[in-house]
Write a protein that binds this ligand. Structure first.
Ligand code: PMP
Length: 427
């Protein structure tokens, strides 16, 4: 009998399930950059739990700390009461992450997901400014609850809301109007023109590299210009670092190379360290204006996630991981450019930066075919973009050379097979 029998999922789980359709097997074990299914088939992970597993699976040190915590009956659930695990996390996060970067933020714990931190950020910005409108960008993605969807670009996801998505205005992201650099000018004109119909917003929310929207990486100058737009008009700048943060682009926060100081930062996914749910909303102290309990939630302060999150911060006490990510990012960049040259049939363009790079293909359905071939050959990888036109390399940032080379070799094999396939319809 095939151990990886999917019938229970097909019969009993909702049609809404999606990743299982791209990776149709039953996963069982995982370590570092590898996963195994019930038949013991090995898969290389170029997906990293959509960014929740930046440090790979079952990191030895995090696992050890968690086992010890459970063994000593450490408190698991405590809403926003004070707990030892939370205190240790707050202290270390301040010392290892915020202080060395000269960032002064109060830490709010919303519910444990990315969309939870985004909702809290939007509410807070509206409360601080007394304004309702929020500016977001083309191809931005911020989550599935109504507020987060209202600042998300994807038409399919927006339609799922079932109600009008309001109180937001979409502006062109960097390079949306290609090769013009006019996006900022356009936004400023609309903001300052009394006839534009655009109300001064409470906040501008953006991802520095758009994860779901197709790995569009904003230039540092563009990010600096957005910050200036905000400062000039008293608009709060929210950076959604849920996917691009926690080292994914080579620095802890994705916005560090731009030297900007957002008013609110949204973090989730890998902040918990080992895939445990945890989210933070980082708030400039001046804007820390929610009344006690004005925004709450039962699953704030996941103590087991605090334990692994605190341990994970040891990766940031020196610059080894940062350097490693930056070096390997160049290797990935070179590999992708080579693929674009070697296989012109795929009509590819390089996208992204750091450990969130990929290729956008003009050939309809090609990215999905490449991802499917990768799975056949033992690599899991997803696609991104409004038409799933980008295949997206998302290895754990802790991957070693051997793992990265093995994964890239599988990816090349997949690209080659798809590029040479009979069914490659070029548009
Ligand atoms: N913001 C960004 C940038 C994201 O990539 C995601 C998830 N892909 C979210 C918010 C929402 O996170 P969650 O799925 O945990 O609600």
């Amino acid at each position: 009998m095939n151990q990886n029998d999917l019938s229970i999922f097909n019969e009993r789980e909702s049609e809404v399930r999606s990743y299982v359709r791209g990776f149709p097997t039953v996963f069982h074990k995982a370590k570092g950059y590898k996963l195994w299914d019930l038949d013991n088939t090995e898969y290389i992970d170029f997906f990293s739990g959509a960014g929740a597993l930046n440090y790979g699976h079952n990191d030895d040190n995090m696992k050890q700390k968690l086992l010890e915590y459970i063994q000593e009956d450490g408190i698991t659930h405590s809403l926003d009461m004070a707990s030892k695990a939370k205190g240790e996390f707050l202290k270390k996060f301040h010392e290892v992450i915020l202080k060395p970067r000269n960032l002064d933020y109060k830490v709010m714990f919303p519910g444990p997901t990315g969309t939870n931190t985004v909702e809290s950020a939007l509410k807070l910005a509206r409360k601080v400014t007394g304004r309702t409108n929020v500016i977001s960008f083309t191809n931005g993605f911020h989550g599935m609850t109504i507020g987060a969807l209202s600042v998300t670009g994807n038409a399919f996801k927006r339609k799922g809301a079932g109600v009008p998505l309001q109180h937001s205005v979409t502006m062109p992201f960097d390079n949306y109007i290609q090769n013009t650099s006019q996006e900022i000018e356009y936004m400023e004109r609309l903001l300052d023109d009394n006839g534009s119909g655009v109300d001064t917003p409470a906040a501008i929310i953006l991802e520095t590299v758009q994860g779901e929207g197709g790995l569009n990486a904003a230039r540092m100058e563009w990010l600096q210009s957005v910050e200036k737009v905000c400062r000039k008009r008293g608009i709060l700048l929210i950076i959604d670092d849920v996917q691009a943060g926690v080292g994914r682009t080579g620095t802890f926060f994705s916005f560090e190379p731009a030297g900007i100081k957002p008013d609110i930062v949204c973090l989730s996914k890998s902040i918990g360290g080992n895939g445990s749910p945890l989210a933070l909303t980082l708030i400039h102290p001046e804007y820390d204006v929610f009344e006690p309990g004005e925004h709450n939630g039962t699953f704030r302060g996941n103590n087991m996630a605090f334990v692994t999150a605190t341990e994970a911060l040891n990766y940031w006490t020196d610059d080894r991981l940062e350097k490693n990510v930056q070096e390997k990012s160049e290797k990935i960049h070179k590999f992708l450019n080579d693929m674009i040259q070697k296989y012109p049939q795929i009509k590819g363009t390089h996208r992204g930066r750091g450990f969130m790079q990929g290729i956008a293909s003009e050939v309809d359905g090609l990215a999905d075919k490449v991802a499917a071939k990768c799975f056949e050959h033992g690599l899991i990888m997803e696609t991104a973009g409004p038409d799933d036109e980008v295949f997206k390399l998302f290895p754990p940032i802790t991957i070693d050379d051997e793992g990265l080379d093995k994964g890239l070799a599988i990816l090349e094999k997949a690209i080659e097979e798809v590029a040479k396939g009979k069914n490659l319809v070029t548009s």
